[in-house]
Design a protein around this ligand. Structure first.
Ligand SMILES: [Zn+2]
Length: 427
């Protein structure tokens, strides 16, 4: 299969600029050639006039299975929300429920230009099946806790997931262990996962860290250390860390993680809505820490709209630091693409560059939010909407085209999710 995208403007992240009138030739799942007026034979030609091509976005922290809980329990503090509202109803979900709500979340992700996600949940084999069906790239991270005394069971389940899904679907699926958080995992359990990560898996761990002040205070009380110091003392930071939130990361912790493979994932909507605080993005970037961006789940966001996430992420730090120069639009776009890909452990992903994986998003410039066409880098972060996303390519294959989700029956997914939710509430 080959595809030639003709005469398109594209976002060159490395040069931090938009290149006009380019041809992009895709063969199999890779970007083979970029140039002007390319003389190549392709199976399919896409007219790029009045379109803008960006790398496919990387949603680096989400919980796809949680779409049932959208607008279900709002305006509550994190622990109250988790313990009294989310966990009791979540316990009623079965694997099929999670499959269907993951499909719904994946559709929302694709519609906002996302081509890769990093999901932390359970029944992850069915999340993997949903990703494979939709054609999207996904990192499956089994959220593990042992406060319920079932740590061993979960480690065994993770082993099976790794065996059966790692590098499935042409390498689009990867599997990474995810101790949920320091307040839901015992010290021994965290140590065990850390050890296994290095010995059996790919030295990559996904975890929620320093999300709330309560978490930080309890950590200090219980372990005499802040959360990131604590996980470091257990050996976790010997692996690459996909660190969701890091809202309350301290200056000492920034020094500690600077030279490690530590990737904070910024989840602005969730942090704002749960009143967790503000991740010090400006400070982290100034310390050369590579950051990613994520939507978090539907119960705390309450959607999977990645374009909206870029917008909120882009403007909120300016207000918090009272510095209009803080976190410029291009930095948000780096988080949303190549840096997110690096956080997830993908090497040749997240740039429009020869040899890179063909994960691409096409915006329609003939839209209100791109008119007039001033600075298109600003437009992507400050004025674009996900409704401007016209097509999405993952691994060289269209997964959305002419605003239609290619491999899924979107209406049916909504219908099944509605029916299942009514049933879940009755259980
Ligand atoms: Zn989360």
């Amino acid at each position: 299969m080959s595809l030639l995208i003709k005469n398109i403007s594209y976002l060159d992240i490395e040069q931090e600029k938009i290149i006009d009138r380019a041809d992009v030739f895709i063969e199999e799942n890779k970007i083979k050639k970029i140039g002007r007026d390319l003389e190549v034979q392709a199976d399919e030609v896409f007219d790029g006039k009045d379109k803008l091509l960006t790398p496919g976005f990387v949603n680096a922290h989400t919980h796809l299975g949680m779409s049932y809980f959208r607008n279900y329990a709002d305006d509550l503090a994190l622990m109250d929300w988790l313990e009294n509202e989310i966990w009791p109803i979540e316990a009623k979900l079965n694997a099929e429920d999670i499959y269907w709500s993951s499909l719904l979340s994946i559709i929302e992700n694709i519609r906002s230009g996302v081509t890769s996600f990093c999901d932390m949940y359970y029944e992850m084999d069915r999340v993997g099946d949903a990703a494979i069906k939709a054609g999207i790239r996904g990192v499956l991270t089994r959220g593990m806790t042992d406060v319920d005394g079932k740590g061993e069971e979960k480690l065994k389940e993770f082993d099976d997931l790794y065996k059966n899904y790692q590098n499935k679907a042409n390498g689009r699926i990867r599997v990474v262990p995810a101790p949920h958080a320091i307040y839901t995992c015992s010290t021994d359990f965290l140590k065990e996962i850390s050890k296994r990560s290095l010995e059996r898996y790919d030295s990559l761990i996904h975890i929620h860290l320093s999300e709330t002040l309560t978490e930080v205070e309890n950590s200090k009380k219980e372990y005499g250390m802040t959360p990131i110091e604590y996980v470091n003392s257990l050996g976790l930071l010997d692996s690459q860390i996909i660190a969701a939130h890091c809202v309350h990361i301290t200056d000492e912790e920034i020094e500690l993680v600077k030279d490690k493979k530590f990737f904070p994932v910024y989840n602005p909507s969730s942090n704002l809505k749960l009143a967790s605080g503000f991740t010090p993005v400006d400070k982290l970037l100034k310390n050369n820490i590579t950051m990613a961006l994520g939507t978090d789940g539907d119960s705390s966001n309450n959607n999977q709209d990645f374009v909206e996430e870029m917008h909120i992420g882009g403007i909120v730090n300016k207000a918090v630091t009272m510095n209009e120069k803080a976190v410029p639009a291009i930095e948000i776009l780096k988080m949303a693409t190549v840096n997110g890909a690096r956080a997830l452990g993908f090497e040749n992903l997240g740039l429009i560059k020869e040899g890179y994986l063909a994960d691409l998003t096409i915006f329609d410039l003939d839209s209100n939010s791109f008119t007039p066409r001033n600075n298109l880098i600003s437009a992507l972060v400050y004025s674009a909407n996900s409704s401007d996303v016209e097509a999405v390519i993952c691994d060289g294959d269209f997964i959305m085209k002419n605003r239609e989700i290619v491999k899924l029956d979107e209406k049916k997914v909504r219908q099944v999710v509605n029916e299942r939710w009514e049933d879940i509430k009755r259980r």
